[in-house]
Each structure stands twice: as structure tokens, then as C-alpha cells.
Design a protein around this ligand. Sequence first.
Ligand SMILES: Cc1cc2nc3c(=O)[nH]c(=O)nc-3n(C[C@H](O)[C@H](O)[C@H](O)COP(=O)(O)OP(=O)(O)OC[C@H]3O[C@@H](n4cnc5c(N)ncnc54)[C@H](O)[C@@H]3O)c2cc1C
Length: 239
Amino acid sequence: MQVELLDCTPNPEELVCRAARGDYSSDWVGSDVPFAEVMEPVEGETLEEKKRTLMDHLMRSGHWGPFEHPSATFAVRGVSRSCMAQITRHRHASFDVMSLRYVELSEDEPLEERFTYPETFEADEVVSREGAEEVEMPAAERTELADEVYKRCIDAYADLVDAGVPKEDARMLLPIGTKVNLTFSMNARALMHLLNMRMKGDAQWEVRELSETVLEEAKEWMPYTFDRYEERHPQPLSP
Ligand SMILES: Cc1cc2nc3c(=O)[nH]c(=O)nc-3n(C[C@H](O)[C@H](O)[C@H](O)COP(=O)(O)OP(=O)(O)OC[C@H]3O[C@@H](n4cnc5c(N)ncnc54)[C@H](O)[C@@H]3O)c2cc1C
């Protein structure tokens, strides 16, 4: 799995502060007013301190509206269609997903490039929602079984496509572990909600891994916001 912050609102935390200052003041907060002037009444020695004072106040008081202005777009490579189904349940995001109607998969690619192998296919002990358990089937046998099934699926799919069956129908033979790429965009508040839901201990490992990687990228983008978010995770997002 790979996650990249593809694009984002520049100066996102300044945008949050400008919008919020517009809530508490009758003064215009447009870009022709220097940011230092917009923030003048806020407590703090430096502009950076003032930003932190204001954002901390917003987060503590549950004033999340201003965090809906900045948005980010993430490119994601190589998640299972199962993980894709989970993440696309979030309705305040915009998605583009690699379409198996249009993209033809090759049977020549290494299986691990095309299909997902959870750790539980290989580990001796499995930790699930029910706790730690022994898996009775030996690890080598499990991996072999997965290889066999994945190979059979991709070969059958390729046979149908070669025979002239449209890709959109041949794909019915592909398993839920088939990897896809996707791109999604969200505003900062909606993203925090997604992370609340998908970094929880009972979320599946793959969507948890995706969310944790997205959080790392988000911390690069809005450092103060997402560092505080991580400290307080899961963060209630309604007043
Ligand atoms: C651990 C886990 C297990 C899950 N298991 C299942 C499962 O077995 N089956 C299954 O179907 N789903 C399952 N889900 C998905 C879950 O039920 C949600 O659909 C998904 O997490 C999207 O989150 P959300 O409902 O908060 O909505 P989002 O789309 O992220 O929206 C954010 C918030 O906006 C508001 N909102 C958005 N749309 C509406 C609306 N139409 N009406 C009212 N309020 C709205 C709600 O307050 C919502 O919380 C699971 C999720 C998790 C994290």
C-alpha cells in the first residue's frame, strides 16, 4: 500500500483562522487584509502562537465549522477491493477508483502485486476481535491455498477476456482481495471523522493501516491540527 498527499489547500491553518476570526468580528477577513492584522486581538506573542491559541480554542469548544474549508486529495495505491468498499462508505469524500470495467488485469503479474495477503495467511498466532488464537492450518499451507485460489481466479478471468467476454463481466471472477488504486478528497473535519472510525481497534487492519498512513500525510499538511487530533484521538467532532 502506498499513500501520497497529491494536492491540498495551501496555508490551510491560516484559512481556518481567517474563517473563524470572521465569526467573532465584524471586520472583513479577505486576503487584502494582512493575516497579522486579522489575528491582532488573539492572545499570543507571535503570529504562530496566536494561530495555536485560536485553533486550540476552536477544537476545545467543538467549533469545527472552520475546519471544513481546507481540503486535501490523497492518491492510494494497492488496497483490496474490501478496503475500498469500507473507505467509500464515507459520504463527505469524493472518490475516483480504478475501474475493472476499463482496466484489464494481466495474469503475468506476480500474485502479491495484484492480490492482498493478510498477515493471518502467514502468522502462527492470529489476533482478532475475539483475542489471540492459534490457527490450525500450517502457515505454508495457507499461503499455498491463497496462491492457488488467486492464480485460478486470474487465469479464469484472463481466459474469459481472451475468449471475448467484456472485462466488466469477466471481473465477476476476481476475488475481493484484488488490489485497486484510488484517489479521494476530503475537508479536514470530514477526514478527522473518517480517522475516528477507521483507526479504531475494531476496524479491519488494512483500512486501519490506510488511515494511519493518511494521518501521517495530514500531519505534514496541517501540522498543528492533526498533531492535536492524534493526541486526542478519537476526537468528538460535534459540539
Ligand atoms: C468497525 C466498523 C465496522 C463496520 N461494520 C459495518 C457493517 O457490518 N455493515 C455496514 O453496512 N457498515 C459497517 N460499517 C460502516 C459504518 O456503518 C458507516 O457506514 C461508515 O463508517 C461511514 O461512517 P458514517 O456513518 O459516520 O458516515 P459518513 O458518511 O462518514 O458521514 C459522517 C457523518 O455525517 C452524518 N451523515 C452523513 N450522511 C448522513 C445521512 N444520510 N443522514 C444523517 N446523517 C448523515 C453522520 O453524522 C455521519 O456520522 C462499519 C464501520 C466500522 C468503523
